[in-house]
Design a protein around this ligand. Structure first.
Ligand code: 4AD
Ligand code: MG
Length: 463
């Protein structure tokens, strides 16, 4: 007898098979005819399998009639055709083994619906709900799709470090990594002696794998990273996490237009794969979370992204009759209200904004001929805003050094990064895609905390 997942046991092809199915009870209903229906879910798909438990099973009165939401069971029996709505099969139990009970008085998921806020307090139980199961499966498909996209184009997957000494984005939003005893230092009120620290120097959790990605791209051509990144920005928004996953391709001999094509191709590939592979979960999001989500993904796959410069974007914003909280001014960063206006109202689909002022972008972006802007690109999508940030990199040693000095960075500390420009420098470009932002957009979930298993945000790291 084979062990089948609920997803497989629900397929018509399983009819007639003797099978074992294992999972957690969602509901139990007793029929007047002296038998019971048990809805079983194992996370392999959104839907449950209906298990028919006859009254003559040896543990029918003692156990089966006490099953409630959350109990774990193994059922063996025969898969038979079902006349029930929304299912073509059901499992007729020959044997039911109960592994674990879930006291209905205290099991938190007893009630059908809880708010997402409430479920965040139960991060250890929320994957047992329909929504969080669906998010986990879509997140998995997106991750696979990203790897496939790059692997099929011969990109090498590079594991860049999580502990680093450099601040790639220069925004000073890094978490410190130390083995020094903070309490001893505080008690003595002494100066910190980094010679006594683990790495002999200040060290941090990385905000981006880009700089190390560049090292590998300028040796191996096309690479990408896919790993966790950390930002200690104190922004309690629905789009920011302190720990999030980022995908960062880096390509040698590439300039900004190829970088944009790579980014647009990646987004479309992800949406096409999710629509194809997660249709049941996507229908759930469409019914329960956001009724436009499937149509939006379909239309994005079928159309091309608008490409405008930052200057054109500021123009559009200034000419609009919309009242913004922050007035759009050339030379200042686009606020999220501006990004959303551009992609949702002015253009109505994803838009790539290029050529931002150099003063608001990091040191590594390539300075353009006008000497005012850099070869940057941000991909903006409705509702979420910025989903990708990228650029062509500054490959000229002298320009890079002067950009670093402008931003008060010490070129000495980045000697290895500058070496890439000293020895065999090449034009190159890359970008970073925030995994949670793309899961958020794909599912229509409004808060980024609900698309990562264990969200880390200011004041919150319980699980
Ligand atoms: O625009 P960012 O800061 O770009 C970089 O880090 C570059 N080094 C990437 C590169 O060129 N290799 O971040 C890239 C993306 C953003 O567009 C956004 O999707 C996501 O990372 N992101 C966040 N996601 C969740 N929470 C946060 N706090 C995020 N900060 C950035
Ligand atoms: Mg950015």
């Amino acid at each position: 007898m084979d062990t089948l997942s609920v997803a497989v046991a629900r397929e018509e092809a399983a009819i007639g098979r003797q099978a074992i199915v294992q999972g957690w009870v969602r509901t139990r209903r007793d029929s007047k005819g002296g038998f019971s229906f048990v809805e079983l879910n194992d996370g392999s798909c959104l839907a449950n399998i209906q298990v028919i438990c006859d009254g003559d099973l040896p543990n029918y009165e003692t156990e089966i009639k006490k099953l409630s939401a959350g109990c774990s069971v193994t059922v063996s029996g025969e898969v038979k055709p079902s006349g029930g709505k929304g299912q073509s099969t059901e499992l007729h139990a020959a044997e039911v083994t109960v592994h674990g009970w879930a006291d209905p008085e205290t099991y938190p998921l007893q009630k059908k619906r809880h708010s997402f806020e409430k479920l965040r307090e139960w991060a250890h139980l929320r994957p047992r709900t329909n929504t969080f199961g669906a998010v986990a499966r879509v997140r998995n498909t997106i991750s696979r799709s990203i790897h496939n996209y790059f692997q099929e184009q011969q990109f090498l997957y590079i594991h860049t470090p999580i502990i680093t000494a450099s601040d790639c984005e220069g925004a000073g939003e890094m978490f410190r990594v130390t083995t020094l005893d903070l309490e001893t230092i505080a008690a003595k009120e002494t100066k910190i002696d980094y010679a006594l620290d683990f790495f002999d120097r200040p060290a941090y959790l990385t905000v981006s794998g880009q700089l190390e990605g560049e090292i590998y791209a300028t040796a191996l051509g096309k690479v990408y990273t896919f790993g966790p990144t950390f930002r200690a920005e104190n922004s309690n928004t629905s789009r920011h996490l302190a720990e999030f996953w980022m995908i960062e391709p880096e390509v040698a001999f590439a300039e900004l237009p190829e970088d944009m094509d790579l980014a647009e191709g990646l987004i479309k590939r992800i949406f096409a794969d999710v629509l194809g592979d997660c249709s049941e979960d996507m229908q759930f999001f469409n019914d329960r979370i956001d009724e436009t989500v499937i149509a939006t993904l379909e239309s994005i796959v079928a159309s091309s992204f608008e490409r405008i410069t930052y200057s054109e974007a500021v123009d559009l914003l200034q000419k609009s009759s919309k009242k913004f909280e922050f007035e759009p001014v050339w030379g200042e960063d686009l606020q999220s209200e501006h990004e959303r206006y551009l992609t949702e109202e002015a253009i109505g689909r994803p838009v790539i904004v290029t050529d931002y002022p150099s003063s608001i972008k990091p040191f590594y972006m390539r300075l353009s001929e006008d000497e005012k802007t850099v070869a940057a690109m941000d991909v903006l999508v409705p509702k979420v805003g910025e989903i990708i940030g990228g650029s062509q990199r500054e490959e000229r040693l002298d320009v890079l050094e002067s950009r670093m000095r402008d931003q008060e960075l010490d070129p000495q500390e980045y000697w290895w990064y500058l070496d890439l420009r000293r020895f065999g420098t090449v034009p190159h470009a890359g970008f970073g895609l925030g995994l949670e932002r793309v899961v958020q957009f794909t599912t229509g979930m409004t808060n980024i905390r609900d698309v990562i298993p264990f969200p880390r945000t200011p004041g919150s790291a319980e699980f």
